[in-house]
Design a protein around this ligand. Structure first.
Ligand SMILES: [Zn+2]
Length: 77
């Protein structure tokens, strides 16, 4: 767990340093309207227990729309 997001981050740093900065700005804005539930089963993310949330998959498209997938739905894939 976590190695995927680490490698994505490394890739960003190497290839898209400037773009990543721009994207970060978009993401920051998007987080405000970020859903807090799984896009597949609608399970709500427990924001009071961020340790568990590390297992959630967060997907961000080019328009900075955030899609969450809970650990359960991730495991069933
Ligand atoms: Zn789910």
């Amino acid at each position: 767990m976590g190695s995927l997001s680490r490698s994505i981050r490394r890739k960003q740093r190497l290839a898209e340093k400037k773009a990543a900065k721009k994207t970060l700005k978009k993401i920051t804005a998007a987080v405000d309207k970020m859903p807090d539930y799984c896009s597949q089963c609608a399970t709500t993310m427990d924001k009071t227990n961020m340790g568990d949330n590390m297992d959630w998959h967060i997907e961000i498209d080019k328009d900075a729309n955030i899609k969450l997938t809970c650990p359960k739905c991730r495991g069933e894939k």
